[in-house]
Design a protein around this ligand. Structure first.
Ligand SMILES: CC(C)(COP(=O)(O)OP(=O)(O)OC[C@H]1O[C@@H](n2cnc3c(N)ncnc32)[C@H](O)[C@@H]1OP(=O)(O)O)[C@@H](O)C(=O)NCCC(=O)NCCS
Length: 141
């Protein structure tokens, strides 16, 4: 298994993987245009895990100059619980830290028990003192 930078040409394979692992979290921001823009804005930070030439895990990572953010932390079901998620997350956080950012945020649906367990196991403390407010340019009807 190798962890390497996610590249623009990975998009189709990664998006197909997200249809299996991350469907609920997908939005217009995950269009090819959106993801290519994200990768160009945060060069070298997003990662894929590859086994036998096949992408089996992803993490999108970036920062806004002040705080880091991680999205689409995902591993294909048959490869889970072998530490691939941890390696992807650690690589992403290391890349963000290397850019001088000390704090990285992760959003996780409250009813995503696997996600909650994963981040707790990874050593992160869940915050109960913050609400997330979201502004949308074109909210759905
Ligand atoms: C979360 C996810 C990326 C973890 O990937 P992974 O490669 O299995 O992670 P690791 O092997 O590094 O870590 C395993 C730990 O994650 C948690 N975990 C993984 N699968 C789990 C499951 N089915 N139920 C409960 N906890 C689970 C456990 O804490 C586990 O530790 P354990 O095996 O010692 O119990 C993967 O389960 C996944 O893709 N889930 C769907 C997408 C998702 O929910 N992403 C998180 C968004 S916040």
């Amino acid at each position: 298994m190798i962890i390497r930078e996610m590249k623009a040409e990975d998009y189709e394979e990664v998006y197909a993987m997200w249809q299996i692992t991350t469907k609920r979290a997908l939005s217009k921001a995950d269009s090819k245009e959106g993801i290519l823009k994200y990768l160009a804005r945060n060069p070298g930070m997003s990662q894929v895990a590859v086994i036998d030439g096949k992408i089996v895990g992803t993490v999108l990572a970036g920062h806004d100059g002040r705080r880091g953010f991680i999205h689409h932390m995902a591993v294909m079901p048959r490869y889970r619980r072998h530490g691939i998620g941890h390696k992807l997350a650690q690589t992403a956080i290391d890349k963000i830290q290397a850019d001088g950012i000390d704090k990285t945020h992760i959003f996780c649906y409250q009813n995503n028990e696997t996600g909650q367990s994963f981040w707790k196991n990874f050593g992160l403390k869940r915050r109960d003192d913050v609400f997330v407010y979201s502004y949308e340019t074109n909210p759905k009807e």
